[in-house]
Design a protein around this ligand. Sequence first.
Ligand code: SF4
Length: 880
Amino acid sequence: MNTVRTTCPYCGVGCGVIAQRDAHGAVTVRGDARHPANVGRLCVKGAALGETTGLAGRLLYPEINGERACWDSALDEAGARLRAIIDQHGPQAVAFYASGQLLTEDYYAANKLMKGFIGAANIDTNSRLCMSSAVVGYKRAFGADAVPCSYEDIEQTDLLILVGSNAAWAHPVLYQRIAAAKQARPEMKVVVIDPRRTATCDIADAHLALAPGSDAGLFVGLLNRLAHKQGDRFDGEEAAYAAARDWPVERVAAFCGLAAEELERFYDDFLSAPRVMTLYTMGVNQSSSGSDKCNAIINVHLASGKIGLPGCGPFSLTGQPNAMGGREVGGLANQLACHMGFEPADIARLGRFWGSERIAQTPGLMAVELFDAIGRGEVKALWVMGTNPAVSLPDSDRVKAALAACPLVIVSEVAAQTDTSRYAHIRFPALAWGEKNGTVTNSERRISRQRPFMPAPGEARGDWWIISQLAQRLGYGDAFRWPHPHAVFCEHAALSGYENDGARAFDISGLAALSREEYDALEPVQWPVNAGSPRGTTRLLAQGSGWRQEGKLHMAAVKPQLPQARVNAHYPLLLNTGRIRDQWHTMTRTGYVPRLMQHIPLPQLDIHPDDATRYGLIAGALARVHSPLGWMVARVNLTTAQRPGTLFAPMHWNDCFARQGRVNALVAPVVDPHSGQPESKQTAVRVEGWRAAWQGEIFSREALTLPTEMVWWRQAAGALQHYLFATDSQAPEWAAGLCRVRGWQVQYARGERFAHFLAWREGELQLAFFGGETAPKIQREALLAAFVTPPADAQARHALLGANAPGNQAQAGRTVCSCFSVGENSIRAAIADGCASAAALGEKLRCGTNCGSCVPELKALLAEAAHQPGGGERVPLKLL
Ligand code: SF4
């Protein structure tokens, strides 16, 4: 049994994981009780990591133009084509687009190659979409991208504010830590500031359901209340207070759509609490004025003195496992490495350290402008590393068009098929979690090791190695001859301390001399780690001074602004986008785990019941959502958690898992002027119900190319392909034609309003099609068993076609607890039988007793039942 301590590859909480691989290759995981970030806990995604280590869907060999190639050929081809473009059009004609999924060592290598040797700063990252506004906020206030807080402050605070954060779903283990702190100290107040009533509100003393995008007004109003403390403590203090003076509580209440009394209560809580933490994330950052919102939050902590102390501070949560590592190495286009900028002294210092005269002199293109430049033909070569911009960037159809027109697209990937890699001329197979070796940094500046416990499959290689090999093809080999990621890490650590003397916050020079053994054994540690703090640093700003030249902290003058997206007669609703509980990014891992697909199996459109009535939508039915840029199809979910006039849809689905499921096809490429972060949280849309002529499900041994007029969603189903579909065209004729072409023997049950058939080849079930005007009921377990062991007699085979037998899904209902596959109907039945608490439900059904991610939903069902005693059973997977 191979047992390794490593780190979860999903969100920025950065949980420690103990992974075990047995002699047969089976992987099991559990939380690492010694890791300070999670102390043994894992959420449902982390707990399912062992189910994601298979090789299905992996890219295992290099490819040139879709054909397998050897490494030398692929690297030579990429190097020669990049060199030709650089020589002909200059270094600004090439760009890298990297990822918060890369390890720090990979990120460092990519940044060094682009900014240090190619000589342009055109390396940006998907972290631009995640927390670049938070970076601007910290840099403006402190002079450095320095998160002052730690998770351990949660247990020491008196008031914990969550702004624009559904931590219960997006940072589940951190949320559970907050919930545990609240349980231990009920006097600790929790306030959630969010237009939606999310699962996070479950533990909140107050929920301020403010108007979308109005957060800055709320915090500027609080600064107004703090104005009596005015002094000469901070740069910009006078201007910041002057800007706040125009925001009395009445104006804030009108701006935010809140009652003046609830604002007063919140302001009183903030003023009276000795220790306050404000946790914020995408709801703040993903805005056309996200940087100002971050500074509005930081300002109130500076003005009140609630910063740099235990239990205090403005705490930006990172979305990705290594967004912070990317910030450390300078992975954003407007930074140089190790917290250096583009001042002449920084450029010269980097040139000395790297031994290069080609250091980029000016900031490069940020994500949205980068793809604009590709579309205009100015950038002619793009290398995408471990990310999927064709799905995640706003106006994603335009991104796809830019990729299609780009003369050279290189993709380093784990997955064989992604929406982005379809446009790649050259594909490099990268190592995945469990195979790769290096470090990541979580939201609280804690550096942890990701350690391998599986062999490299096929010819996959670490990203740092691929970059170093390509650097050699470009003629920069001497600077990239690392034998192991340990050498990359030590170089990065040495650079962080090079001519630093306390001028730069990021300093891990205390780790620069680690031996290979020490690197392998490195315990989680928070930076800075240097001679003054050899064991790391829990909290920053304790001395009250920052990293600005004169050492003073800075208050930015903030003028609150509403989103640029505005509703109108044609597009009367505001669409919000974000994560759901059991999926991760573009589903390249979590989309293949059946139990993670159960909670929300297809894109879901949350809408207030009043709006649903107004626009003729039915719970569980399909709807089309349109913006001026594109449209998507989602299943309607009625919920009073949604403010009237607003919608919510998940950001995960893409062309590999659905047709018309990409929400970013609707989102406008409007960005914050300082950070370049897109306004992903607000898009003006309209919605209409869609009653498709045919709907149903297809199970198939082989992946199918479904007709273009068919809207479909792919489900994880082990070795089978499973599709839900809806269409106005003749789906049964298409499916029957498919079977005819293949010469399969087809068994029918067909009526005016439905068509079911099974296709057999030499006694083996190949395909099962169930379509009708309404959602068919399928004997799911019997059908899946028939793909493995065909029923012996004709009668049993025919029974599989039956239209009326209720399926198991219908009996159990929508899956709420993914760990133990407990459905909503089972939970409702248990509540009707007398279970009156989440603990009682856990005792009876086991739901909520493993990772705990579903506990807020259990409580919501309990609360709903308390308000509607005797409420009827719900039909779960109803498309129409
Ligand atoms: Fe992984 Fe985040 Fe869940 Fe922790 S909370 S197990 S880091 S996804």
